[in-house]
Design a protein around this ligand. Structure first.
Ligand code: IMP
Length: 423
């Protein structure tokens, strides 16, 4: 396969950045196709930690082409701050059709969440929902307008007036047009040299037979259409959203690697049937460093749930699985895996659309023996302890997708390919 998507199969934070970084070494191009700086990818290279929020994971390589495609919402201030942290030369293109996140978006995000009280979504407060809302309402500012001084001035002026009206309604402090305009003009100057029609560019790269990796942010359970609505983000991290959000034909996407943790985590509100509470959750959270890259929030912990993985396989498409953080489970005597749910006394193998039903779904588990051996230095499938192999084999058979990769630690060198699918 030459054009693959890296898909988060759970609620985000599956280790996509690490898998993308690993596969990117074999790629010519890395494309971010949705979301914004709500995402947080941690990449560790030779012990050095890099946190990426907006920039594609190929940005740390001097040779890879990086594309921020039309489906993204880009916060220019966050972009400028992040680009300054990249100390090595890089190649980058930004879509002229991507939307811009402006200071009133995070303010509205906070105001809506506050208004929702106990029913809040638990967003990252980065203004992602309000920015996509503007896009759907056809009042958003696109990159092409943002880098055009007069047009940006005119549109921003009208929008600030309208947004302040709404902010006042929520008793929330207003934003100031003049200071936003002055500050953001300077960010537009930094962004402008990278801007182009990335659909045209990507199709040229495809004609040149380049190897392309499409990098999803968040996970399928946070998809606006196929996630646990309303506790979702406002874009679609599925493989099926790639063509629309990057401007290529659907049949040009050749496959998807679904990244899953060896267990489950979730940040923010909403149901999580396999959630573990108490000491074991605390243990896994500490060993797995399960705190948000973007917000620092402690992540909720659960057993691996294969109903979720089969859902992801169906709605997104998955060619292979990449199982991350396998080492975190070392030393736990017994490991549980969700095989299906029970709802109103009936066995179900799907995620109920109604969130109240999903909250009542009871997970049904199988239990497997754990392993005690340190696996952090394992370099091949063969070197894994027998119980770790059995655990992975069980996931493979329950999900019906072969395991193409697994990882046993945060460093790039601790990722192991089982099958060379990206050739
Ligand atoms: P928003 O994307 O900030 O609107 O947040 C909506 C939901 O998606 C919340 O539950 C967030 O915690 C979650 N979310 C957004 N981005 C990420 C991510 O990169 N990893 C994990 N959860 C995320």
């Amino acid at each position: 396969m030459k054009r693959m998507v890296v898909v988060g199969t759970q609620w985000g934070d599956e280790g996509k950045g690490k898998i993308t970084d690993y596969l990117a070494q074999k790629a010519d191009v890395v494309v971010r196709y949705q979301g914004g700086n709500n995402a947080g990818h941690t990449v560790v290279i030779k012990g050095e930690k890099h946190s990426l929020h907006l920039l594609p994971s190929g940005i740390l390589s001097e040779t890879i082409e990086n594309v921020m495609a039309n489906g993204m919402v880009i916060n220019p201030k966050a972009f400028v701050d992040e680009i300054k942290t990249i100390k090595t030369p890089f190649k980058l293109s930004i879509s002229d059709r991507a939307h811009i996140v402006l200071p009133y978006h995070p303010e509205l995000d906070k105001a809506y969440e506050k208004h929702k009280g106990d029913e809040k979504i638990g967003t990252t407060h980065k203004g992602i929902g309000p920015a996509y809302t503007d896009k759907a309402a056809r009042i958003g500012i696109r990159v092409s307008t943002f880098i055009h001084k007069e047009r940006f001035y005119k549109e921003l002026k009208e929008l600030v007036e309208q947004k302040n009206f709404e902010l006042s309604h929520y008793d929330h402090p207003n934003v100031d047009f003049e200071s936003i305009y002055q500050e953001y003009r300077s960010y537009a100057d930094v962004m402008a040299p990278y801007v182009k029609d990335t659909s045209v560019y990507l199709n040229q790269l495809i004609e040149q037979d380049k190897r392309i990796l499409f990098e999803g942010a968040q996970g399928v359970l946070l998809c606006l259409d196929h996630g646990t609505y309303p506790y979702v983000t406002s874009s679609s991290p599925t493989a099926s959203s790639v063509p629309l959000n990057s401007g290529i034909a659907p049949w040009l996407v050749e496959g998807a690697i679904g990244v899953t943790k060896a267990y489950t985590t979730r940040v923010g509100s909403g149901p999580m049937p396999s959630e573990i509470l108490g000491d074991l959750a605390h243990y896994i959270r500490e060993v797995g460093r399960e705190y948000g890259t973007t917000t620092g929030r402690p992540r909720r912990i659960g057993w691996l749930d294969t109903v979720i993985l089969r859902h992801t396989k169906r709605v997104s498409g998955l060619s292979y699985l990449a199982v991350t953080l396998l080492d975190v489970l070392t030393g736990i005597d017994e490991l549980k895996i969700v095989t299906h749910y029970e709802l109103n006394g009936k066995e179900i193998d799907r995620i109920p659309a109604d969130i109240e039903d999903f909250m009542q779904a009871k997970p049904v588990y199988i239990t497997l023996p754990g392993w005690k051996e340190d696996i952090t230095k394992v370099t091949s499938w063969e070197e894994l302890p027998i119980h770790a192999k059995e655990y992975l084999k069980k996931i493979e058979s329950l999900v019906g997708v072969p395991i193409g990769m697994f990882s046993v630690g945060p460093d790039r060198d601790q990722t192991i390919m089982v099958t060379n699918f990206f050739e």
